[in-house]
Design a binder for this molecule. Structure first.
Ligand SMILES: [Zn+2]
Length: 470
């Protein structure tokens, strides 16, 4: 009694001292999927100053002064990563070079954040210096948007992306008086390129190995092999857009870090699958790119909440590419869910087979959407749909979430995010339902946290709609 009495004055000082301390937040959802582990026994996610302190087993182990919040029925997963997109060209209104500026890049990144993405890799269609500066500003000012990563785009001089995208990229190059695409036509061009980008931190090269149905020259095998070899010696990752599984095998042999398209329709053989897994080389299936264009996505609440009326009206011209007989026969309430199901059932058997084999062989599959590479393939939204496709093709929901979190982070060299563990960024989603039961729970977002701060998702939508009027 006496001791407690004596302690009283000191205790009375504690609240003000506690306020001076960096805030500790402890969240207790029904489950935490860390990206690597599943916690379902009432564990707490403890965060401080934007980073994860640790996952704590019991309330008794929480440090004193932690602000405790119980999240009944909720699930916490790491914020998502899109491993293949093209920022800047798509706005909420239109698509093209005229949109490429800092304000629209920030809008794109805000749209990603709205959908629960912490990071996006924009693959070879940006001035890298501009994206790096933007990233530095985002970090410095703690802007509530996703982090952008960029790559140097490399192909034979004057070529690379699909022909209509190529035209837009060239317009941006002229407007901003900078290089986005770098031409490689002879071995000496490789040294020049490597020399130019070597001092840049975390540089990534994206190569296009594709003749675009005979309309472009294809980057030759000896040139890309030399490029990859020299880049790898300097610690620069090379990722590839490839045309078919033959190119996949050759590029793999040459030491590429990953593939931005699955090319599963061309069948990933057992041998190729084994080599991908053994060499820990990632592959991005990128299946939604064609499937979503064959669906009436303007009816999807997940999409229409972020787009203005004129854009939705344009999108409503899209018709379902499958047969309506099959759709009505399905008798389901949710048309879009059925559309996706029918389209997936109608995929070439080789795609299903290659995909199943890749899962079985533990090929590092990561999420990528190619959002922004062509009109009306929207940021964030397409990523959630891709996860649905992965599960429909045989992944477990847990594996699907790993493609967009832990696996994506490790493959892209992002050691500060993607897993909810000690010392990493507190970037996470609180979901209203359990994604392990139904992957579409990733679309049912209660809140998004980036660097430990809750995002004002309503404000993001308000800003996007305001830009519509300008
Ligand atoms: Zn792309």
């Amino acid at each position: 009694m006496r001791v407690a009495y004596l302690l009283l004055p000191a205790l009375m000082l504690l609240p003000s001292l506690a306020n001076a301390q960096p805030e500790l937040i402890a969240l207790q959802p029904d489950r935490i999927l860390s990206g690597e582990k599943l916690y379902e026994s009432g564990e707490w996610l403890l965060i401080q100053e934007g980073y994860v302190v640790e996952v704590v087993s019991t309330e008794a182990e929480l440090p004193p002064g932690a602000d405790k919040q119980r999240l009944n029925g909720k699930t916490i997963i790491p914020a998502l990563i899109d491993g293949h997109a093209h920022l800047g060209y798509q706005s909420v209104n239109s698509w093209g070079a005229e949109n490429y500026n800092e304000a629209n890049l920030l809008d794109n990144l805000a749209q990603y954040a709205y959908y629960g993405f912490s990071t996006v890799f924009s693959a070879g269609s940006d001035p890298v210096a501009l994206i790096n500066e933007l990233r530095a500003t985002i970090d410095l000012e703690s802007l509530p948007v996703a982090t952008p990563l960029a790559a140097y785009g490399v192909a034979p001089t004057g070529y690379g992306p699909n022909n209509s995208f190529l035209d837009e990229i060239r317009v941006v190059e002229v407007e901003l008086e900078t290089n986005i695409l770098f031409g490689i036509d002879q071995p000496s061009d490789i040294q020049t390129l490597i020399k130019a980008i070597k001092p840049k931190q975390d540089a990534i090269i994206k190569i296009w190995v594709d003749d675009r149905a005979g309309t472009q020259p294809k980057l030759g095998q000896s040139l890309y092999a030399e490029l990859i070899s020299q880049a790898n010696q300097q610690g620069i990752k090379v990722v590839a857009h490839q045309q078919d599984s033959e190119d996949t095998a050759r590029l793999l042999q040459a030491g590429v870090a990953g593939f931005l398209h699955g090319r599963f329709e061309d069948e990933i053989s057992d041998d190729l699958g084994r080599l991908l897994a053994e060499s820990n080389t990632f592959i991005i299936p990128n299946l939604g790119l064609s499937l979503l264009r064959s669906m009436t996505i303007s009816e999807d609440p997940l999409l229409y909440e972020t787009l203005p009326a004129p854009t939705l009206s344009r999108l409503s011209q899209r018709v379902f590419a499958g047969t309506n007989d099959a759709l009505s026969a399905s008798g389901a309430n949710n048309q879009l869910e059925q559309q996706l199901k029918i389209l997936i059932e109608n995929l070439e058997p080789s795609i299903r087979k290659s995909f199943a084999s890749a899962i079985e062989r533990r090929v590092p599959i990561i999420l990528g959407t190619d959002a922004g590479a062509l009109p009306d393939h929207y940021f964030g939204y397409t990523g959630h749909k891709e996860l649905e496709i992965f599960v429909a093709l045989g992944m477990s929901p847990e594996q699907a979430i790993a493609t967009a979190t832990s696996t994506a982070a490790s493959q892209l060299g992002l050691n500060d995010r993607g897993v909810l563990e000690k010392g990493r960024r507190a970037d996470f989603l609180i979901l209203n339902s359990n994604p392990l039961g139904d992957i579409r729970a990733t679309q049912d977002i209660y809140s998004v946290f980036l660097l430990g701060k809750e995002l004002d998702r309503t404000a993001i939508i308000g800003k996007l709609m305001q830009d519509t009027r300008n």
